[in-house]
Design a protein around this ligand. Structure first.
Ligand code: COI
Length: 379
């Protein structure tokens, strides 16, 4: 986009944290804890549409306690990543796809859509402002968190007429730790994540807090993550608490990567979609088909389902080592990371880190073409 210029209100060099402080803060970047020094802010009103685009220092907001987003959950967000390449420059991974999903989520919650080009320009502006926070360590990246919420101070039960878009960034290793060890999962039959016609396919804040109780139940059963089953029968595996899921189905010489179809009750993951493409590139078959929890157990016990893994922006590719459900449990493979999961993880991260050619055009350079007059513009 070139139309909506983003005002550059970044901190003067002398007010930024020192390199030593930066190193200290980033020493152990547990997910969600090491936020950078800036954020992007935009506003939307019925009369003016999107306006007041600016990169500002990261800091607390002043919001009205009666705002719609806070009371009625009119909030959508995204998660995407920027990576440092060996030549030093920073790239965004599939920002247009994240922007398109952000717009889809907004539409589902009766919110205005942020044009995808503006979304991408905002991401590039933030990566540029916080360029020195983009990690050089191969296991790390800069995780970007776009969020939009209704700000009108009106408790009438109606969609907002004014909105705020913010974009934050944080330094991260992988969600489950630097080398993504296999995780154990609890299949919840007590709680449901999403029902047909609901918001399961949208990335809205309201999908996440209801998962916390199921996540606690998982922890009580010694597991790190929840596996969600369909709401009607509690039979079909849908996704995990914030990640999609794949199985590695081995039949003789043929290996198929299987993942549940996008029925509207699970999130259309950008990583999920990338892995379907990369799996074909690697010579695997891919299938989007429903998998019952019983079949997961049975096919694991026959050896046909040799591996399973979670995938998402935060989780990348994380092997699943053990499954626990009411009255039963089983180990996936030998409980350690399997070769296909490892291969898919490498295939994904190699593209992200620029170690192999970007055959599908997924990477976008974070640098703007020019910077003038206190505004950042992107060609
Ligand atoms: C992501 O993978 O980006 C997510 O949004 C999952 C979770 C950290 C909320």
């Amino acid at each position: 986009m070139t139309e909506l210029a983003i005002a550059d209100r970044t901190l003067p060099a002398g007010d930024r944290i020192t390199d030593d402080e930066l190193r200290t803060r980033c020493a152990r970047p547990a997910f969600g804890r090491v936020l950078t020094e800036h954020m992007v802010s935009l506003r939307w009103t019925v009369d003016r549409g999107w306006h007041d685009a600016e990169v500002v220092p990261y800091g607390p907001l002043s919001v009205d306690p009666a705002m719609v987003g806070l009371h009625y959950g009119q909030v959508v967000f995204e998660g995407m990543k920027a990576f440092r390449h060996a030549d030093g420059h920073a790239v965004l991974f599939r920002p247009h796809d994240h922007g398109a999903r952000f717009a889809d989520s907004a539409r589902r919650l009766a919110m205005p859509e942020l044009p995808v080009d503006t979304f991408v320009a905002a991401a590039r502006a933030l990566v540029r402002a916080d360029e020195r926070w983009v990690p050089f360590e191969p296991a790390r990246s800069l995780y970007l968190r776009p969020i939009m919420f209704a700000t009108d101070p009106v408790l009438a039960l109606a969609p907002g007429r004014e909105y705020r878009f913010l974009l934050l960034a944080m330094v991260t290793e992988n969600f489950f730790g630097a080398d993504s060890p296999p995780v154990s999962v609890w299949a919840s039959t007590r709680y449901s994540r999403a029902a047909p016609g609901g918001t399961g396919g949208a990335k809205c804040a309201g999908n996440y807090a209801p998962a916390f109780l199921a996540q606690q139940e998982a922890a009580e059963h010694g597991c790190q993550q929840v596996v969600w089953l369909d709401a009607a029968e509690h039979r079909w595996v849908e996704e995990m608490g914030g990640m999609n899921i794949f199985w590695v189905h081995v039949q003789g010489e043929e290996t198929t990567l299987v993942t549940p179809p996008l029925t509207g009750t699970l999130l259309p993951g950008v990583t999920r979609r990338s892995l379907l493409t990369l799996a074909r590139d690697e010579g695997f078959r891919v299938e989007e088909r429903p998998v019952a929890l019983d079949d997961w157990q049975r096919l694991t016990e026959t050896g046909a389902f040799a591996e399973a893994f979670a995938c998402g922006t935060a989780a990348a590719v994380t092997p699943i080592g053990r499954v626990v459900a009411e009255g039963r449990e089983w180990t996936v493979g030998d409980g350690t990371a399997g070769p296909v999961s490892a291969r898919m993880r490498t295939a994904l991260t190699d593209v992200q880190r620029g170690l192999v050619p970007d055959r599908h055009g997924w990477l976008v350079n974070a640098a703007p073409d020019e910077s003038k007059g206190g505004f950042l513009t992107f060609g």
